[in-house]
Design a protein around this ligand. Structure first.
Ligand SMILES: [Zn+2]
Length: 108
């Protein structure tokens, strides 16, 4: 015999599972590798098409700072950006060093 209490428990468990599912789904709409983004050199921003018609965006500075969430300005979707944080930070340092070198050579 199934008691009311068991029914309530089952309901509770299934809603909990659903809640977790939606929570995970709502955190990241998708996971996208940085190579799949389109890079705008002038703005220094990476773009990826959003299903709403707009574009997810994340700036180079955000990536260098370790941010891994790209947001869409038109809707609430968020995607996780897959990239090698350490390699990216190292690349950033290299670029800065190159810029410094260029500045030095320009002065000479
Ligand atoms: Zn969107």
């Amino acid at each position: 015999m199934i008691t009311d209490r068991m029914c309530v428990l089952n309901l509770y468990l299934s809603s909990f599972r659903e809640f977790n599912y939606y929570r995970i789904m709502s955190v990241y709409h998708d996971e996208v590798e940085i190579e799949d983004f389109e890079y705008d050199e002038d703005e220094e921003v990476y773009y990826f098409p959003c299903p709403c018609g707009d574009q997810f965006q994340i700036s180079k500075a955000e990536l260098a700072a370790g941010v891994e969430e790209a947001t869409c300005p038109s809707c609430s979707l968020v995607i996780k950006v897959i990239y090698d944080k350490e390699a990216f930070a190292a690349k950033q340092e290299e670029l800065i060093r190159d810029e410094e070198k260029q500045l030095v050579t320009q002065k000479v």
